[in-house]
Design a protein around this ligand. Sequence first.
Ligand code: FAD
Length: 385
Amino acid sequence: MEFSIPKESLDFKESVYRFGVRDLAPVSQQPEYDEREEFIVENWKKMADFGLLGLPYPEEYGGSGASVLTTTLAGEALGYAGIDAGIMLSWGAHMILCGVPIWQMGTEAQKKKYLPKLAAGEWIGGLGLTEPNAGSDAAGIQTTAVKKGDRYILNGAKMFITNGPTGKVFVVAAVTDKSKKAFGISAFIVEKGMKGFSVGKKLSKLGVRTSPTSELIFEDCEVPEENMLGEPDLGFVNVIKLTLEWERSCLVAPAIGGLELGLKGAIEYAKQRKQFGRPIIKFQAIRHKIADLKMNLEAVRQIVYKVAWLKDRDIPAMMEASAAKLFVSEIMEKMSSEVLQIFGGYGFIKEYLVERGYRDSRLASIGGGTSEIQRGIIARSIINF
Ligand SMILES: Cc1cc2nc3c(=O)[nH]c(=O)nc-3n(C[C@H](O)[C@H](O)[C@H](O)COP(=O)(O)OP(=O)(O)OC[C@H]3O[C@@H](n4cnc5c(N)ncnc54)[C@H](O)[C@@H]3O)c2cc1C
């Protein structure tokens, strides 16, 4: 078994980490942005300048041609640098959920039009799949797209869309043939400014509050036919499934770095916090928590790297990506709770980032398909019944 990572990938990870600590974290960690639920535009621009917004796209479309593993390592480095989980979610929705399906399934004209703008951060992207009445049952969406001349007319609404308020371009799923269920859904690239497309009010959230979320509304929205992404009726089975596989691998990478940062903070705190005349790190109960945190961190890292490794070799990884996403989500929730426990009462106070990390961790087992749905995918892949 080969566990080594190419040196250039590790060097890049290190440079992203240093950039994150120096240029992003000081702003990212200011509590005001979280309190005001404000997207940190200043950091987004810096990330664009550093080349982080189009990492896996080929260079000819403004990207860096980074491998899936290198993209994963960059996400991990940003998480470890302490960058807010909100901007990391927006980064994933933009670069992975919008840009990757355009790169992998788009026509040459679509790639040339959208990818350079996304990679440069000039346009922010997102994915419109979930609807008010269709979340886990993603193939049960109700938004329709009807062909009329050289355009499709979209009607319906999308719910909980990351980057809804700030985004300019969205990959949107809509029903083109209801009788064919999942095989009758197409994908479209929809731009703000297209007639009949509007955005609902910004939604206030428990965590990842620096990532803006809203509804997208389509009222006789006119989308040119050349904006269909992939083949008619095969948008769900091709475009959306591919996108979800990426989402469940690369997009969870910042969480690994966040977990490592939490572990580091917990050790530092436990060394200086004294009770009963001794640093609390001397207590076996605390040491065992630290050991469990480390064990989980190592396991999470391996499972996510494995998915990246498979994807870099074009090996289908739907089950592995679901397993990675499920494992990371559950470990994140558990670990952020344990880190908070080590901080005691101070962990509960807003001044400490630990409280924010605890709130932020809660999304992972809901977004990108809930833990219940991931268990269903994994079970289906091994039980032929
Ligand atoms: C902050 C945030 C950002 C998001 N960003 C995006 C985005 O950018 N684009 C996008 O398209 N979506 C986005 N989502 C939506 C997200 O993917 C959905 O919330 C998620 O898929 C769950 O759907 P739901 O909320 O409708 O819950 P439901 O599907 O209604 O589920 C409710 C509960 O029922 C359970 N359940 C449902 N069906 C089953 C079943 N068959 N077996 C067992 N249990 C089941 C679920 O696991 C859950 O516990 C975002 C959500 C949030 C909160």
